[in-house]
Design a protein around this ligand. Structure first.
Ligand SMILES: [Zn+2]
Length: 176
């Protein structure tokens, strides 16, 4: 390692730019000792510390950067993994399970049509306000048409399924 000697300042007591290990900067140094024609020791004029002459920072400096970069590259990966665990499917299945009113109407119609088919040409009991009915009976309503009594709510109150609707019909008080 030979140094260029641009001027007479390269002598003990002369000043030179060098890397200071304490300041971690290239600062102005005063030459303290030579080893032949090579500068050996310098004193930093900024921090007054005496150390071996160095033009540039040691290679050590690059090392701390590498693991740090590798770390930051790895860190975002780990939190990503647990994310898919968040339970979303239950919400969707809940929506699917929920019946729309349209579904209810369709189901009701199908049930009515099935009953109508099994009834065949069997007798229909005409609905009258003074009649008495029981669950399962098929009735013929003047306005709603053929209906099936789903249940007897009260002796004078029945729930009837017609083709497009379910109605609660009321009769006169049953005469005992
Ligand atoms: Zn220094």
């Amino acid at each position: 390692m030979s140094l260029v000697r641009p001027d007479d300042d390269l002598r003990v007591g002369g000043e030179i730019d060098a890397y200071c290990t304490k300041c971690r900067l290239t600062t102005n140094h005063r030459i303290v000792a030579f080893d032949g024609d090579k500068i050996k020791k310098v004193i930093c004029l900024t921090c007054q510390s005496q150390h071996v002459f160095r033009l540039a920072p040691a290679k050590k400096k690059e090392n701390p950067d590498e693991p740090a970069a590798a770390k930051t590259a790895r860190v975002p990966k780990e939190p990503k993994e647990p994310k898919p665990r968040t339970p979303r499917p239950p919400r969707e299945s809940k929506l699917q399970a929920k019946k729309t009113p349209q579904d209810d109407i369709e189901a009701s119609k199908r049930a009515w049509q099935e009953r109508k088919e099994t009834l065949g040409s069997g007798p229909l009991v005409p609905y009258t306000i003074s009649g008495s009915f029981e669950a399962g009976q098929a009735i013929d309503h003047a306005h709603f048409g053929v209906g099936f009594i789903l249940r007897v709510i009260q002796p004078n109150k029945i729930e009837v399924q017609f083709e497009n609707t379910v109605k609660t019909l009321i009769m006169l008080e049953a005469q005992v």
